[in-house]
Every structure is written in C-alpha cells, then in structure tokens.
Design a protein around this ligand. Structure first.
Ligand code: ADP
Ligand code: ZN
Length: 203
C-alpha cells in the first residue's frame, strides 16, 4: 500500500458473455440486492438496446426489469450522475465509447461500486468496444455462457443471421434497426463466412 492510499471501498465488476447468457438477469439480481441493502443505486443503459421494457428500464430475456436511464455516450452518464449514488449499474456497455474507461475508474476511485454488463465479443467473435479494457481494469469478471441453439453445448459466440443466413465477416459491427437476428452458438457451430471483393462492394 503506497503513501497516500485511501481505502474507499470502490471497485469495478464486469458481467460479460454472449447474448442470452444471462448478463441482464445477473445485473438485475445484483442491483436488487444493493437496493435491499438500502444503497443508493443508479442504472444506465445504452439507448441502442430497446428491448421489452421500453426505454426507461433494463430487462432480461425472461422479463424481469429494473429502472434505468437511457444514454448514448459515457459523457451522458457523467452528466446525469447522482453524486450521492453508491452503486452504479451500466448495461450494454459494448456500445459505449472509450470514455467509459476513465469514467468508471473515477467512479471506483471515489468509492462507488460499478457493475458493468456487456457483450464482450461481436458477431465475428472479436473483442467488442471497450469491453476488453473494462474486463482488464475490473476487480471482478464473470464470463457467462448461453446454450448453443444447434448442439446444446455452452454458447460463447453471437451468431448474426441476415435473412436466415450467417452474416458475412465484412458486414458492419453494429446494425441498428436492421433486419438481423442473433442466436447463441458454441465455437464449433458459429459461422462467419468471408465474402469475395465483388460482394463487399455491394454491402
Ligand atoms: P443477456 O443479457 O446476456 O442477453 P438475459 O439475462 O437477457 O441475457 O437472458 C437470459 C435468459 O434468456 C435465460 O435465462 C433464458 O431464459 C433465456 N434464453 C433464451 N435463449 C437462450 C439460450 N440460447 N441460452 C440460454 N438462455 C436462453
Ligand atoms: Zn454448438
């Protein structure tokens, strides 16, 4: 412990994993327990995810919900932060800019418990947004698995389907409002075909 070190109790937890792996369920569970402990809690979620509960809540695929403030950027979290909040939840963190890294660091250094949920890999199976850095600086990381819809094994990949077919590697990382669809799959059942140069031109 260096000179000047002051224990504040702040720290960072990351709940990572593919879609359907139960990240929102786990975030909701931790937030509910913080509320039972009478902590002052604030939850944020990227506006890019608007499923089930509408815009002012996070919800899991099984329908559980907890109130959340929709934001587009890390700066908006800073602007809307309740200075008295002791526990801060952030859902869908993969969609946020890299400003989230310094923000959560400051929150932890000032004594807050920060709980971050996000998909750590994109549809290609590659690191997504700031999730790798967040997982590196966190005190605690849980990587959850879903169930592969093809073989029933542990799913660790997001399969993007466009018109029912595996999306090519070259398609964009984020497709907002597009007619794409996702399935949880294992490494072996995950498919990301490469397309030829002529097809890339048409994307
Ligand atoms: P995430 O936030 O990681 O997308 P959720 O917490 O919203 O996950 O949803 C997890 C729930 O989704 C599971 O408890 C289960 O009821 C349901 N589910 C649907 N499809 C699958 C699947 N392929 N594997 C696991 N759970 C699934
Ligand atoms: Zn499989």
């Amino acid at each position: 412990m260096g000179v000047g070190y002051q224990h504040t109790g702040g720290w960072i937890e990351v709940v990572a994993g593919v879609m359907f792996s139960g990240k929102s369920e786990e975030l909701i569970r931790r937030i509910r327990r913080a509320l039972i402990a009478r902590k002052r809690v604030q939850v944020f979620k990227s506006r890019l995810d608007e499923r089930y509960a509408g815009i002012n809540a996070i919800s899991s695929h099984d329908g559980r919900t907890v109130e959340a403030i929709p934001i587009d950027t890390a700066a908006q979290i800073a602007q809307r932060l309740d200075p008295t909040a002791q526990v801060i939840g952030i859902d869908e963190a993969q969609f946020l800019d890299s400003g989230i890294i310094t923000l959560v660091t400051t929150l932890a250094e000032t004594g807050r418990r920060v709980i971050i949920a996000g998909t750590d890999t994109d549809f290609r199976g590659e690191p997504f947004g700031a999730m790798p850095q967040l997982m590196a600086i966190a005190e605690s990381v849980d990587k959850l698995h879903a169930i592969c819809v093809l073989c029933g094994g542990p799913a660790t990949r997001n399969q993007r389907l466009i018109d029912g077919k595996p999306a090519p590697y070259e398609s964009p990382q984020i497709m907002v409002g597009a007619a794409d669809k996702y399935e949880a799959r294992c490494r072996m059942c995950h498919s990301v075909p490469r397309i030829d140069a002529e097809q890339v031109r048409l994307l």
